[in-house]
Design a protein around this ligand. Sequence first.
Ligand SMILES: CC(C)(COP(=O)(O)OP(=O)(O)OC[C@H]1O[C@@H](n2cnc3c(N)ncnc32)[C@H](O)[C@@H]1OP(=O)(O)O)[C@@H](O)C(=O)NCCC(=O)NCCS
Length: 259
Amino acid sequence: MQSSSEIAPCWRAANAPPVLAQQGIHLWRVALVAENETVARLACLLDVEEQDHAARLRTAELRRRFIVRRARLRQILALYAAESPDALRFDRGPLGKPRLAGSQGNDRIEFSASHSVDWALVAIAAGRPVGVDIEQVRPIDDMLGLARQYFAPAENETLANLPARERLEVFFRLWVCKEAVLKALGMGISAGLDQVVVSPSDSPPRIVAMAQGHDPAAWRLELLRAAPGFPAAVAWQGQDAERGGGKSLEQFEFPADRV
Ligand SMILES: CC(C)(COP(=O)(O)OP(=O)(O)OC[C@H]1O[C@@H](n2cnc3c(N)ncnc32)[C@H](O)[C@@H]1OP(=O)(O)O)[C@@H](O)C(=O)NCCC(=O)NCCS
């Protein structure tokens, strides 16, 4: 899983609401840095539960990140749902994955959200599961020990055989790939990151094995650099996954000045 396996980052400004094709995946990048005045205006888009949650957070920085990412999630979903951002309601799937309440059928809007430090990503799909994860590459004590605990043998072998300077980066690339798939399945990581095995050497990365009888061949995984030092992955299910090609994934930048 060398750097050549990442999609070249290409975040397009979306001035008009983009049209989501049936097989398409839209990935939005959101900057969580914002002026106090912008944060205050975005807070008005949150529901009571979200506002209570924000109020309970310990620091102004945590509050700002939470408010901006939840407000941006609402603004992005509103582009597809023909609703105003503050009118959107959410429920959860059987394993805890947030869903847009009332969105059903083949055209239902599926989404996945992830954040790390001052970046967030939101992936959108029509009628099929999608998952996204972003992580900041940061030092980890006993990284190989952690990997042995959570990763599959083939993934650990790859890590152990890498030059030490490359290990941390590849560890996080594996992590985001596995978590993106688990988030698409709606499981989160509580069942264990070893529920998904990723081929570390293919480009794009390949899912080798999946929990719960899912067929890896029916899934697609893309690894990208969301920002310098922030690897990210998107996983989705669909027919194009079997063909392994095509331009299903489009990347957009949410305007940082939008309120
Ligand atoms: C939930 C979990 C996937 C988040 O991962 P993370 O790397 O800490 O954080 P990320 O920013 O990447 O993802 C967070 C988002 O994942 C989504 N999410 C939550 N539960 C999810 C699930 N079961 N499946 C898919 N996505 C989920 C939410 O949109 C969440 O955003 P929010 O924090 O604004 O609600 C991970 O912590 C986990 O699996 N935890 C164990 C289960 C758990 O605590 N669930 C709590 C919700 S009931």
